[in-house]
Design a protein around this ligand. Sequence first.
Ligand code: ATP
Ligand code: MG
Length: 136
Amino acid sequence: MNVEDQGEVKIKQEADIAMARRAIRDLATKLGFGVTETARIVTAASELSRNVFKYAGAGVMQWRALTNGENKGVELRFEDQGPGIADVNEAVREGYSTGGGLGMGLPGAKRLMDEMEIDSGIGKGTRVTVRKWRRR
Ligand SMILES: Nc1ncnc2c1ncn2[C@@H]1O[C@H](COP(=O)(O)OP(=O)(O)OP(=O)(O)O)[C@@H](O)[C@H]1O
Ligand SMILES: [Mg+2]
């Protein structure tokens, strides 16, 4: 697996979520993802950056363009130093929310992407990594 390109968008205010969405839309399009796949990736990025802003107040989205042989992919990593998640298995369940939301952000992102990893704990912040591959 090779990293072909990478960058980041800092998430500090509401408007940065739109910046993150735009950056990922451009990236996915450039990598040759179709309209539907691009929309899925953008939706996942939107939910995960919104969580960073809502629960941690600030953080960063790091993106990477990957290649694995013939396959191209995108990796997004959302990192914050916020309160962390006590029980990650609970948090990915549909309907689980401590923020008065629908509890669909994490399970939605998991469904929309090919791979998702969450590293989080109380007092150590949260890191969510998702990947999607373009098959050909
Ligand atoms: N970055 C984060 N830092 C701390 N807790 C988080 C973070 N992201 C998610 N969580 C926790 O996981 C729960 C589930 O997140 P999820 O995005 O699925 O739902 P939600 O944000 O509560 O509602 P929705 O996204 O549907 O509006 C949150 O309610 C919160 O407790
Ligand atoms: Mg959410």
